[in-house]
Design a protein around this ligand. Structure first.
Ligand SMILES: CC(C)(COP(=O)(O)OP(=O)(O)OC[C@H]1O[C@@H](n2cnc3c(N)ncnc32)[C@H](O)[C@@H]1OP(=O)(O)O)[C@@H](O)C(=O)NCCC(=O)NCCS
Length: 136
């Protein structure tokens, strides 16, 4: 997880393969959503998928985002990755029309080698937990 469009005093975003367009390094996302936090590279071992681990990982990341004082978080998903997109939409992530292309060698969910990924950046506005509402 890191902030999109990191300023000079912030740590470097994790290194990404090739062109610098992957994940939080996408200039399209930076310019459209400066300062937005990003969840990046969600991945569960194939033998453990469909058991709630992906949902738990995302919820844990959202708690960290909130604890750092941010109320908006997003994540990029391959336009072909419909199942992951369904999961994110179920968790409240919405398509606001931000797009970017990543170029790096990877195997997709079906094990096919690919090197270009067209992504949608989905956004969620986080609400404070009910028990912290109204507190200073
Ligand atoms: C997407 C991913 C992280 C979800 O993790 P998970 O532990 O299976 O997620 P959960 O159990 O909390 O939720 C299951 C939902 O995840 C989605 N999903 C996406 N790919 C899936 C897969 N291969 N197997 C199972 N569920 C998958 C579905 O919406 C599924 O709901 P459904 O069973 O009603 O179709 C996981 O499938 C994964 O690692 N996929 C490969 C890497 C990837 O595509 N990452 C997303 C990058 S944006």
């Amino acid at each position: 997880m890191h902030r999109v469009g990191s300023g000079p005093s912030e740590p470097e975003a994790p290194s990404q393969p090739s062109s610098g367009l992957a994940g939080g390094l996408a200039t399209e996302v930076r310019s459209a959503l400066p300062g937005c936090m990003e969840i990046n590279n969600v991945n569960v071992d194939p033998g453990y998928r469909g058991q709630g681990l992906g949902t738990a990982l995302i919820h844990a990341a959202e708690i960290r985002v909130r604890s750092r004082g941010h109320s908006r978080v997003g994540l990029g998903v391959d336009e072909d990755n419909r199942r992951a997109a369904q999961l994110y939409q179920r968790l409240g992530y919405r398509d606001r029309g931000v797009r970017y292309v990543s170029r790096y060698a990877y195997a997709d969910d079906q094990g096919t080698d690919r090197d270009v990924e067209a992504n949608r950046f989905l956004i969620k506005e986080l609400v404070a937990p009910a028990d912290s509402a109204g507190q200073a």
